[in-house]
Design a protein around this ligand. Structure first.
Ligand code: NAP
Length: 286
């Protein structure tokens, strides 16, 4: 049986650190780090994510503002709200909850966010910085995985890392972070041939595809570290990951569960990015 990487416990420790750094920040500057979250429309899952982000901000002592816009909001209205937040000195981080309704151009909206306030790290300027390995913010989910690996004392340098999934939010930035940490990195996707042969090579296997229990024990090397990013529903509607935890946990040396693995880290990294943005802004104003 493998070690279970406890995302809840690591997340609680990281949040405690952020909370005490925030107290110090407020003492030194006389104001709190501020995060603005913008949500457009009525998607119920997005509403839950936004509420969780708001509560997490309050928990660590941030200023939190949530802008709930109706489904019929025009691009011009959304862009002018972003312009206002870009020049609002109380706000250090801006997050536009995705997906947006179809009539709004996500690329255009993200491009409008001031890169210094882009705490999701989706702006092309921040993506470019991540490619170069010289960044202020990292996308929250890959950043959270790096913290989980570090806190679990998992060595990365020189290891074979296979990432399944190449999304802009998870797979691609994850591959870059592992490369910067000196792993030998392979990225797989839906057109990869002989996927099982590739995943079996991995010392560290990271799966982000959105398919319930897709990775089974015959696809995993004995003793591998397995990181499951998926948030799926099984045949009974129960939350599960992209990895078949029951079989894979018997052969992996360490594994993240779903729920309780990668998930809890994502919002924690958003808090970290907002604190970083506030510190940077405070330094620039001195
Ligand atoms: P996405 O944008 O839908 O991308 C899925 C990726 O998986 C694509 O690159 C796709 O390949 C690849 N893929 C699909 N089927 C495959 C197969 N049979 N074999 C190999 N590759 C396959 O997904 P995402 O946004 O990265 O999210 C992935 C999962 O992580 C979802 O379950 C999501 O809910 C979860 N997630 C969790 C968190 C968290 O905080 N825990 C955060 C973000 C996402 P192609 O490029 O060829 O289509």
């Amino acid at each position: 049986m493998s070690n279970i990487i406890d995302g809840k416990a690591v997340s609680a420790l990281e949040r405690a650190k952020i909370k005490s750094e925030t107290e110090l920040f407020i003492k030194e500057n006389g104001y709190a780090p501020g995060l603005a979250v913008v949500i457009v429309g009525d998607d119920s899952a997005s509403k839950v994510y936004v509420k969780n982000k708001h509560n997490a901000c309050l928990e660590v002592g941030f200023l939190s503002r949530v802008y709930e816009l109706t489904e019929s909001t025009t691009e011009r209205e959304l862009l002018s709200l972003i312009d206002a937040l870009n020049s609002d000195s109380e706000i250090h981080g801006i997050l536009v909850q995705l997906p947006l309704p179809r009539h709004l151009d996500e690329k255009k909206v993200i491009a409008r966010i001031d890169p210094d306030k882009d705490v999701d790290a989706f702006h092309v300027q921040n993506v470019g910085k991540i490619v170069l390995g010289d960044y202020d913010f990292l996308p929250c989910t890959p950043a959270g995985i790096m913290v989980l690996l570090r806190e679990s004392n998992i060595e990365i340098a020189g290891k074979e890392c296979v990432i399944v999934g190449r999304s802009n939010i998870v797979g691609k930035p994850m591959a870059l972070l592992m490369l910067h940490a000196n792993a030998t990195v392979t990225i797989c996707h839906s057109k990869t041939q002989n996927l099982k042969e590739v995943t079996k090579r991995a010392d560290i296997l990271i799966v982000a595809i959105g398919k319930a229990k897709f990775v089974t024990s015959d696809m995993v090397k004995e003793g591998a570290v397995v990181i499951d990013v998926g948030m799926d529903r099984d045949e009974n509607g129960k939350l599960c990951g992209d990895v078949d935890f029951e079989s894979v946990s018997k052969i992996a040396s360490a594994i993240t569960p779903v729920p309780g693995g990668v998930g809890p880290m994502t919002i924690t990294m958003l808090l970290q990015n907002t604190l970083t943005a506030a510190k940077k802004a405070a330094l620039a104003s001195k």
